[in-house]
Design a binder for this molecule. Structure first.
Ligand SMILES: Nc1ncnc2c1ncn2[C@@H]1O[C@H](COP(=O)(O)OP(=O)(O)O)[C@@H](O)[C@H]1O
Ligand SMILES: [Mg+2]
Length: 356
């Protein structure tokens, strides 16, 4: 998995015949040049097709290296691996009804060639072709591993974009992208501190929320749009933020306001669509942002908020496990999307398979 944060590759070795499926992990950060090249492809620019294809090769090589490390470190033979579920790096996400598409860069053929293992990739296109948003896709996995028969649970994944999954005791599983997770926090931090993210939210804590700015940001129409909905860097980016700034704000106050924006939009999404959630489990890198988590607790005082670690899967690896699970679904010819979540007309087998 490599998510919208553009931080790197999360690779997991999983065995779904085990009650604790997560066997081994490997994280490979993107270097600054790769990150910048991928970020640049999120916007129109010269010779995009060539640059995208070359980067898709580069990502495949990085994924292959992460697979090699997982196998080396566990002593497992590639022939024991059923498949690699490989999300690729999203560079464009436009899930509109006519001419919708979502592009995740990775050369699946090259990854299969380099590893000798079957590769399942391009998970989102089929859902979009069936009238859906192509996102979020993790709720089906959350249902599989985290649902409880007597407790209303919500899973909140705070990646670049934040998404919630509602797992009600009675009723259908729902979920949607609620808005920015780390994306704006990271962008503002990179601009002012020249570091990729605000470790533990410490810089944000040093500032004060600007109430007028927070209200204006919260009034952005996406936040009140009913689901199904999904979003990405096309909508939430530094230019979007800049369009709300007067220019005289202290940088740390803007960061504090962005933390509040992320926390309040997540809390409002849960309150609006799943107020009965007794337990909330956090995953994704944003779960390490102490200031953000504190504010989430303040915004959702009736819910018990913990990390998914308490349910047996470390918060940093849930999304990677989800795409391994989706790959397994594809191999078994089983559907991977939840139409109630993505808005697809029906459930579909997701992904393109490159056999070993
Ligand atoms: N200790 C930390 N403190 C604050 N933020 C963190 C910390 N560790 C990770 N993050 C955030 O998590 C992000 C990566 O989260 P991740 O779940 O990989 O998102 P994505 O799925 O979008 O790649 C980083 O860019 C950073 O913003
Ligand atoms: Mg990531």
């Amino acid at each position: 998995m490599s998510g919208t944060s553009l931080d790197g590759v999360d690779a997991v070795l999983v065995d779904f015949t085990q009650s604790c499926p997560l066997e081994h992990t490997c994280y490979m950060p993107y270097d600054a040049a790769l990150r910048a090249a991928l970020l640049a492809l999120n916007q129109r620019s010269e010779d995009e097709l060539h640059r995208a294809a070359v980067l898709a090769n580069r990502i495949a090589r990085l994924y292959a290296e992460s697979v090699r490390r997982l196998l080396d470190e566990t002593g497992i033979n590639p022939r024991q691996i059923v498949a690699i579920g490989c999300h690729g790096q999203t560079v464009r996400h436009y899930p509109q009804p006519e001419n919708g598409y979502s592009i995740q860069l990775v050369n699946g053929a090259l990854l299969a060639e380099l590893t000798g293992i079957a590769v399942v990739t391009d998970f989102r296109s089929r859902d979009i072709a069936a009238g859906g948003q192509g996102a979020p896709l993790v709720p089906a996995f959350h249902q599989e591993v985290f649902a409880h028969s007597a407790i209303d649970r919500s899973i909140v994944n705070i990646g670049g974009i934040a998404n919630i999954t509602c797992l009600p005791v009675n009723g259908h599983v729902t979920g949607f992208d609620c808005g920015p997770g780390n994306i704006l926090l990271d962008a503002w931090c990179a601009r002012h501190l020249d570091t990729p993210y605000d470790r533990d939210g410490q810089w944000g804590v040093s500032g004060r929320v600007i109430p007028r700015l927070l209200e204006n940001l919260q009034a952005f129409p996406y936040f009140s749009l009913p689901p199904p909905k999904s979003t990405g860097r096309e909508m939430f980016n530094i230019d979007w933020l800049q369009s709300y700034l007067q220019g005289d704000e202290a940088a740390q106050d803007v960061q504090a306001t962005l933390v509040a924006l992320t926390a309040t939009t997540i809390a409002r999404a849960v309150s609006a669509y799943f107020p009965e959630a007794d337990e909330i489990y956090l995953c994704g890198g944003g779960a390490h942002n102490g200031a953000l988590v504190d504010q989430l607790r303040q915004g959702l005082p009736a819910s018990d908020i913990k990390l998914t670690n308490a349910l047996g899967i470390d918060a940093d690896w849930v999304e990677a496990c989800a795409f391994a699970w989706l790959a397994q679904r594809a191999i078994e010819r089983a559907p991977g999307n939840l139409p109630d979540v993505t808005g697809a007309n029906e459930s579909r087998i997701l992904g393109a398979i490159y056999p070993a």
